[in-house]
Design a protein around this ligand. Structure first.
Ligand SMILES: NC(=O)c1ccc[n+]([C@@H]2O[C@H](COP(=O)([O-])OP(=O)(O)OC[C@H]3O[C@@H](n4cnc5c(N)ncnc54)[C@H](OP(=O)(O)O)[C@@H]3O)[C@@H](O)[C@H]2O)c1
Length: 276
């Protein structure tokens, strides 16, 4: 990992920023993380952007500097690598980060026994291990400054097991539970924690996971709703699709939820027009 730094984020928060002055966003090169970074810059935050693809992060950084005058630091890193995670934590130690958004993540579709084990384990590392490894020191820093926010990405699949997405759904159940517990622990210490549980969102996620989503929410909607819910709710279900899917599933006993969402996800994974 080779960081590329601009000047450090400004020391004095812009007025009205609840978690300013600076937000650290993982998964910022694409999809929901990118939309979160754009929305945060629009609101006046300075940013630290993390993902593997340096060029995409640098393009986004240039866009945000030009459009909003944001100070942006780019830290290319593979969150499946313990040493990259440790380096991000070292690189950000001196920065006044008030908000941590952990949007990096990926999934896989298929029968568990047929999927390559290495990829499933890497998913656990990126979706769960890196989230814990980053949240621990960052939460300590936020507690020390007596104010902060943490946004973790769960999913509609987090609330029950899902056939053909068994590992992915389990990683999201981990994040959901982790966020709910942390929220109660950290609230009295001035730190707000939010789990975000989207339904299908139109990003690169589907094609990378071997799926096709005929209906999907815009990532910008997810970003706006997530930020609006931070400090208010325990879990955000951004957009119409997530809310209606959750409402429908909530009518069913857990066994029924598992079957229903497995059928829905299998339908998306088996579409002939699935890319990737
Ligand atoms: N899209 C959906 O339908 C949906 C629904 C529910 C929940 N979610 C969750 O929302 C989050 C964002 O998903 P998305 O839809 O925005 O996915 P996406 O478009 O595929 O973007 C994923 C982001 O994560 C980064 N990333 C993946 N592996 C990484 C690694 N090893 N190290 C560092 N960065 C990594 C990618 O950047 P690089 O490739 O440059 O590293 C990219 O910026 C994920 O946690 C996902 O589980 C998505």
């Amino acid at each position: 990992m080779t960081p590329q730094s601009a000047s450090p984020p400004r020391a004095t928060p812009r007025a009205g920023l609840p978690y300013g002055p600076c937000a650290l966003v993982t998964g910022a090169s694409e999809g929901i993380g990118l939309a979160m970074a754009q929305e945060l810059a629009r609101q006046g935050y300075d940013l630290v952007l993390v993902a593997r693809r340096r060029e995409r992060l640098e393009m986004l950084a240039a866009e945000l500097r030009a459009a909003h005058g944001s100070t942006v630091i780019v830290l290319p890193a593979d969150l499946g690598s313990t040493s990259d995670v440790e380096q991000i934590l070292r690189e950000t130690e001196g920065l006044d980060i008030g908000l941590f958004v952990a949007a990096a993540g990926f999934g896989s579709a298929g029968s568990f026994v047929d999927l390559p084990l290495g990829n499933e384990l890497n998913m656990v590392d990126v979706n769960c291990r890196a989230v814990v490894a980053m949240t621990h020191p960052i939460a300590q820093r936020l507690i020390a400054r007596k104010r902060g926010g943490i946004v973790l990405f769960s999913s509609i699949v987090a609330f029950q097991g899902v056939a053909k997405f068994a590992t992915y759904a389990a990683t999201k159940a981990f994040v959901q539970s982790f966020a709910e517990g942390l929220r109660l622990e950290l609230k009295p210490l001035g730190v707000d924690v939010l789990a975000v549980a989207p339904g299908p969102v139109a990003t690169g996620f589907a094609s990378r996971s071997g799926m096709f989503m005929p209906r999907a929410e815009k990532p910008e909607v997810v970003a706006r709703e997530a930020l609006a819910q931070l400090g208010k709710a325990s879990t955000a279900r951004p957009g119409f699709l997530a809310k209606t899917m959750e409402f429908g599933l909530s009518m069913l006993p857990r066994r029924g939820r598992v079957r229903m969402i497995s059928m829905a996800m299998d339908g998306m994974a088996n579409r002939k027009d699935a890319k990737g």
